[in-house]
Design a binder for this molecule. Sequence first.
Ligand code: MLT
Ligand code: MN
Length: 304
Amino acid sequence: MLKAIVLGASAGGGFPQWNSAAPGCLKAKEGQGAKARTQASVAVSGDGEHWFLLNASPDLRQQILSTPELQHKGSLRGTPIQGVILSNAEIDSITGLLTMREREPFTLMGSRSTIAQLDANPIFEALDREIVTRKIISLHEPIPLTMKDGCPSGLTLEAFTVPGKAPLYAEKAGTRPDDSLGLSISDGQRTLLFVPGCAEITPEILDRAQNADLLFFDGTLWQDDEMIRAGLSPKTGHRMGHVSVNGEDGPLRHFAHCSCPRKVFIHINNSNPILLEDSPERQIAEQAGWIVAEDGMTFQMEAA
Ligand code: MLT
Ligand code: MN
């Protein structure tokens, strides 16, 4: 069995974003025509009881408290969370780790570059290395995910680099090839692909998506210059390391013939009109077979 819960569907900043009174954010605040969403993270499990987090968002505490599957039952303290797998070292992917500092053992996995960012930031030493093991993921090879007690979880991870950029706070140091990963999780029969940040859709990504049962893909922006047009930010999507949903090089076009049965947009920026339930853009995305992720959405795939 392969089960995935969307803990958070929005990009960095969340929806609504704390400092925004843009029309979409006002709708989300009022719950009128748009649902609020926390920052992107997905929980995956092979048995419905033990979970691995794909990224640890700044909203992790709230996400755990609103997800019964992630709550501890029984002894005084504990957690069903066995590990955290990071796709990058962006603030919206790693700061939830600081929520997990209450002396809980778990495994922390990321690329060499991502682990180096954590190592360079002393605040993450709050996660005692004696009990929170940091592991550099070997790329392009299946890695069995083990639970805290060493037993197999039934899940296998395969990670691969995707075009991206250095985290926002480390841009001056330049981009490294393993700054951004795609994560493939399999129970041996079903496969889920998690690519929340992607600057270019490569043949490898297309090929992996073609063979996946569930794809979570970068839904940051609808079009490359939408934040500039809206007067929200001087940055394009490309400048931020994201292709745009409706771009020439974006997922609507590139995955149009992909046979993956469930394609889900995640890491959706508050400026993206697909967040608005009655928008033409939302209709276009859905007619193209895409699901616009919402917090709490659950996908369960049984063995074939
Ligand atoms: C991104 O995904 O582009 C980053 O999360 C940007 C940010 O940290 O604000
Ligand atoms: Mn982000």
